[in-house]
Every structure is written in C-alpha cells, then in structure tokens.
Write a protein that binds this ligand. Structure first.
Ligand code: ATP
Ligand code: MG
Length: 384
C-alpha cells in the first residue's frame, strides 16, 4: 500500500468554516504521523497521505484510531484513472487476503470517468473472479474492495479502520482538566479533546504520601498526548492546604473541602491560561464525593462552567473507553490519591453547602494558601 485515505464525517457539516476544520485536521495528521508520510493533502472531501517508506501498519493504526476528527481510514493503492489499472490494483489488494466471497464498492466523485459506479463494480468483480477464483456475494461478502474515483487518480483498498470521529483538537478553546490518577478523569479529558478542545491538565499532589503517583500521572498525560499532540501538566502542591484542612475540618467533610480547594486552585489556572471551563471525571453516585449533594457543594467553588462528560455514564462504559484510548492499564496501577487521605471511613454523602462553608471558615488564610499553591506549581510540557 502506498497511500492512506482518511475520511472525516462531522467536519463535512461545517459550511463556511469547513476549510478551517480540514486544515487543522491535516496539520494534526502530519504532526502525528511524522515521517511515515511524505505528503498529506486534501482532495475531494477526504485527506490523502502519501506513505514514505515501509511502514508498520499497527503503529499507524494506533495513532490514527485515536486522532479526533477522523471517522475512518484505509491503506490504499493509488491507481491511474483507467479501468485496466483499477482492476489490476484491486486484484493486487485482494491477492494476499483470505476469503471466499467478496463485493466491489465504487464511489465516483469524478463524473467524467467513462464508467458508472455499477459498471466499475462489474469490471473489478470480473477481474477478481478471473484472477483469484473468488465469488461475488453482494449481500454477505466476506471481503469488500473499495474503489474511489477522483479527479486525478483513483484509490483501491479493502479495509476500513474506525476512528473516534468528532472534531480536530485545536478547533475549540482550551479547558482545564482536573486529572487524578484514576480511570475516569483521563477519559473525561479525552471526550473534550474529541470535541476539538485543547486540554490542559492539573494534578493536585500531596507530596508526603504520593510516592509513585507522579510518574503515573505523567504516563497518563503522555498517553493522552498521542491524542492532542501537545500537552501541559500543572503539578500543584497541596500538602500545606491539606494539613490545614485536616487540622480544622471534621474528617467526615474533608473530602468535600479538599475538592473545593482543588476547584479554587483550578479557577486560578483557568484564568492564567485563558481557558473556558473545568473538566472533571465525576459520574453521579460512583463514589461518596459524587452524590448530587456533594457535587453541588464541590462545583459551588468553581468560578467557571464545570464540564463533567461522564456524569451519566456507567463504570463499564468508562472502562471500555479507557481501554480504547490506552489509559486503562496505567490508571489501574495502585496509587494513593490525596482525595482519600485522612478522611472518615464513611464520609458525608449528603453535603450541605452552608455547613461546609461554616467549617471552611476556620481556615483563615485560605486565599493565601491557594495562591501559594498555584505559584508553587511545577509545569511540565509533553509533545508527541
Ligand atoms: P477518577 O477515576 O477520575 O480518579 P474517581 O471515581 O476516583 O475519579 P474521585 O477520586 O472522587 O473519583 O475524583 C473525582 C474527580 O475529582 C476526578 O475525576 C478528578 O477530576 C478530580 N480529582 C480527584 N483527585 C484529584 C487530584 N489529585 N488532582 C486533580 N483532580 C483530582
Ligand atoms: Mg480518583
């Protein structure tokens, strides 16, 4: 195969802005494939990549099947605008494959091509029967051979890999993701990337107890960087704030107060980054901090819209997505999250905002502590 044919779906609906979305997707594909392709160009509503050298198919698939904006992609042979050559290439594409029945499917955007799509299907079908001894089955074929006839060239391929769809990263604004080391928040971050957002990560770290946690979070960001290609991670010290909370807040309410302080730290980072919202991995009822009452108490501390794309999903659905994007294996590594540090065995599940605010008032220099944490943050950059 000497080309990759990349199809997108949603971008096609963007009217006047379509150019902007397509260009961004081309840019992201170029960046993610690097020297695997010598050229990437747009033609007839699809993107075509010229393969540079012998490639490892699985490596290319692993990159493109996570890249937002792509609905499906295929490895193809380029053919001349000539039915003889198309037939030859179709036989070549199918020669190495094991199957008994097949079907040819032609898309002809070039209406000047002398044969109609059904005629091309017939010609290609005949050649495959003759050369490879296979039989046509239009209803339930084991194998399909696709022919796309454009203005300057045709492409022939037999397999479509699914992409994640959505919009290319960089076509929407920035959001700040509250990233723990768990399963959920990396998936939530991915879902915002899939809608075109650039995600900046914030991890809140209690230095005294989080040995090993940092590398795990960095590995998660590294994996997520395969999707958005450049990432920034703020690692924010929480030790001092946490000590204050442990001293002044009853253990039953600590988790809610931890997360309210986290929100306030993130508020500052949203402002610094010119972002437009906060992303969390919350899902209603999943753990004690995620009852509706507690979510109300926690989100009250946010000064920006909070986007919780997993809010109505089940754990199993989240796990499936985590596996798909390659974060699951990293997320299940054990590590102590600061949210569960020194909290009651049975934390409050029906948080009351007034009560929470009253106990919080005992922390007099809250604003100063928050500002100090933000200033003390370590910023790491990642690129794919
Ligand atoms: P996750 O799997 O994302 O860790 P969870 O089900 O374990 O979620 P919690 O630990 O209560 O639930 O965390 C809920 C949300 O709070 C997380 O999805 C994340 O957005 C945020 N969060 C928790 N701990 C941290 C942390 N140390 N740094 C940044 N954000 C955090
Ligand atoms: Mg967690």
């Amino acid at each position: 195969m000497n080309h990759i044919i990349i199809h997108y779906s949603e971008i096609g609906t963007k009217g006047n802005n379509r150019d902007f979305f397509e260009k961004k997707l081309v840019e992201n594909i170029k960046k993610s494939l690097g020297d695997v392709v010598s050229k990437v160009y747009r033609r007839y509503g699809r993107i075509i990549g010229v393969l540079q050298k012998k490639i490892e198919v699985s490596e290319v698939v692993e990159v493109l099947d996570k890249l937002p904006g792509i609905s499906n992609f295929s490895f193809a042979l380029k053919s001349k605008l000539d039915i003889k050559d198309i037939k030859k290439k179709a036989v070549e594409v199918l020669r190495e494959q094991e199957f008994t029945s097949f079907k040819a499917e032609t898309k002809r955007s070039n209406k000047d091509f002398p044969l109609t799509s059904p005629e091309v299907n017939g010609e290609v079908g005949g050649a495959v029967i003759e050369e490879l001894g296979k039989k046509v089955d239009v209803k339930n074929p084991e194998m399909r051979v696709f022919i796309e006839i454009g203005e300057k060239e045709a492409f022939v391929y037999s397999y479509k890999y699914s992409g994640v769809g959505g919009l290319p990263v960089g076509t929407a604004g920035k959001v700040i993701s509250s990233l723990s080391g768990g399963i959920d928040s990396p998936v939530a971050s991915f879902l915002l990337m899939k809608r075109g957002c650039k995600v900046i990560f914030v991890h809140i770290l209690n230095k005294t107890q989080a040995r090993g946690a940092l590398t795990k979070v960095e590995e998660l960001v590294e994996q997520l960087t395969k999707i958005q290609l450049n990432s920034k991670l703020y690692i924010v010290p929480f030790e001092k704030i946490q000590k204050e909370i442990i001293m002044k807040v009853p253990s039953k309410l600590r988790m809610i107060v931890y997360r309210r302080f986290m929100m306030q730290i993130i508020n500052q980072i949203v402002k610094m980054e010119g972002a437009k919202g906060i992303v969390t991995g919350d899902s209603v009822g999943q753990v004690a901090s995620q009852t509706l009452e507690n979510i109300n108490c926690i989100y009250d501390a946010a000064s920006w819209p909070v986007f919780a794309p997993l809010i109505g999903t089940n754990k199993e659905e989240i796990v499936n997505l985590a596996k798909q994007i390659g974060t699951y294996e990293l997320s299940i590594q054990p590590y102590p999250d600061c949210c569960s540090f020194m909290i009651a065995k049975h934390p409050e599940t029906k948080g009351n905002l007034k009560v929470v605010q009253e106990v919080e008032a005992a922390i007099e220099d809250a604003e100063k502590l928050i500002a100090e944490s933000v200033v003390g943050a370590e910023v790491k950059k990642f690129s794919f």
